[in-house]
Design a protein around this ligand. Structure first.
Ligand SMILES: C[S@@+](CC[C@H](N)C(=O)[O-])C[C@H]1O[C@@H](n2cnc3c(N)ncnc32)[C@H](O)[C@@H]1O
Length: 193
């Protein structure tokens, strides 16, 4: 994986912080689509919160919601903590091992992130475990990035989103809908049943 893609997968240092600002601009449509879906949700987890921009927008829209987040980058944790203060409960953690009890959240979201997960099926298992029954998992991503991240062949990568849907079914997350958010951006909503 080249340096540039590695930085998107785990932003670090000054360049990582710069990239996280770029992501805020390019992912804005996805944030808005997620905020609409989260209406009425009380306890929300974001996986891979980057510099915390999306959590900040969610907090503004739904100030009564309890917000949580995990990210593997210590530098992103620092940037998001600076932005959010005590408005969200943030932790440095890998989504492979979510530091929460079972059935805790009524929504888990992730934006522009799933193609960086080294063990996607394990992450889905964890998401399913921490979601309460009827809770939703919202995966919002860019198809172009899904096709270009990682060391896999282009053909394998093109189908990463489809692989994710199949893996989600294996851990009992049922697909409930897909939306086209932009030219390349997609949102898939799953429900734990
Ligand atoms: C491309 S950035 C997107 C950041 C943010 N979601 C946004 O839209 O601005 C991907 C983020 O996911 C985080 N990340 C990658 N793999 C992760 C994992 N296994 N567990 C938790 N966070 C992860 C990275 O550190 C990075 O902050």
């Amino acid at each position: 994986m080249n340096y540039f893609i590695r930085q998107f997968g785990k932003p670090e240092g000054g360049f990582g912080r710069f990239l996280s600002g770029i992501m805020n601009l390019s992912n804005n449509k996805m944030y808005k689509a997620n905020i609409r879906i989260l209406k009425g949700k009380k306890r929300i987890l974001e996986i891979g919160f980057g510099n915390g921009k999306q959590l900040e927008l969610i907090q503004r829209e739904y100030p009564e919601a309890e917000l949580y987040g995990v990210d593997i980058s210590a530098d992103m944790f620092d940037a998001a903590t600076k932005r959010l203060g005590n408005k969200a409960d943030l932790q440095i953690a890998d989504a492979c091992e979510l530091p929460y009890q079972d059935d805790f959240f009524d929504a888990v979201i992730t934006t522009d992130t799933f193609y960086f997960w080294k063990k996607p099926e394990q992450v889905l298992q964890e998401i399913c475990r921490v979601l309460s029954e009827g809770g939703i998992f919202v995966n919002t991503y860019n198809r172009m990035y899904a096709a270009s991240v990682g060391n896999c062949s282009e053909e394998d990568c093109m189908y990463r989103d489809i692989d994710l849907i199949t893996s989600a079914e294996r851990v009992s997350l049922q697909e409930k809908g897909q939306a086209k958010v932009g030219l390349c951006e997609r949102q898939i909503v799953f429900r734990k049943e």
